[in-house]
Design a protein around this ligand. Sequence first.
Ligand SMILES: [Zn+2]
Length: 370
Amino acid sequence: MDKPILVIFVDAYPFEDSESLATKLSANTYKKVTPGVGYSINVKAEIFGKLKPDDVGYFCEWIYNKEKNFKWMTPLIVKLLTAIGSISNFMNRVIHKIVRMIINEPIYAIPFDVLPYLKNAGATAYEYAFEMPTFLSELNFVRVLYSDIGVNDEKVFRRAKDIVKRDKPKKLFVSTAELDGIMHYYGKGSKEYKKQIQLIDSNIIELVEAFKISHGGEADYFIFSDHGMAAVDEGVAFDIRKILGDPGKNTYFYFIDATFFRVWLNNKKLKTKLINAFNEVKQGHILDNTEREFYGLKNSEHGDIIFLLDEGKMFSPSFFGSIICKAMHGYDPALESQQGTLISNIITSDIDCVKASDIYDLVTQCSKAS
Ligand SMILES: [Zn+2]
């Protein structure tokens, strides 16, 4: 159990751009990581705890909460806010901003008549507050988290290097997230992206070296990411209200993510109408039962209908606004563009690709090896 292991998580580091890091480290393993379904919050649950959406109990960051969540939102206030927001897009943005400031919750562009029936999924799998077991909690990793320090890779790596030198922890976990935002905003291959990759690579090389100096030849390291990204070329609008009318307890609720459209049908009679409308959208498809089983997404709590866009498409508007990012993830996990990376000094089997949940096994097995 005392084996020194350094684990570095780089959100969104694509497989295809991490070869130079693997070469510089003379790594024994450089492989694709096929993400799980959904966004980082779910892929992290698979990586750190081997938990698919059905196991962890959520899919995506905002989930349907049958019990009303925003207690202050009486039907009258909902009607008033919706009415002001419907004057214009500008007014809608303004009223959301004001409400966000008052209640101090990130409500993005979520419609006010849906908001009371949604809740946040909760802590991410690598945080101390996450309640299910992960390899980080089971193996007592010391954690350097961007969520504590800020989305600033330079600061995160500086803190990690200081801790390695000062405390010499046998198990250290470092998580960074700046690259993800840079790719969304500037795009893959942009100069900002290339600069960030250089910063990450040089810091990782220094950190691995420092960890080896602290612990000698028996030290192992794992560097991995949760997904890659695809360039976005088209926004897709799907106006469910035009098809099913207003959402509500007797009709339906919905959530529009960047690439997923989830619908909970409180009135099952609406199903055929909705399926027919989604089938008209040529840039994606409804996940069928086989796919949902494969992804561990069977529970209808994740949505009675889940529609997934094709690579390079993005819902606009979504519940996060109307802006179309330069690059996005959360598509079919098997796509080449979605592959994350795994780099390690340990020797793994001959397969080219590992699943996100295999990383849990690799780290726990490594800790047991003497
Ligand atoms: Zn992202």
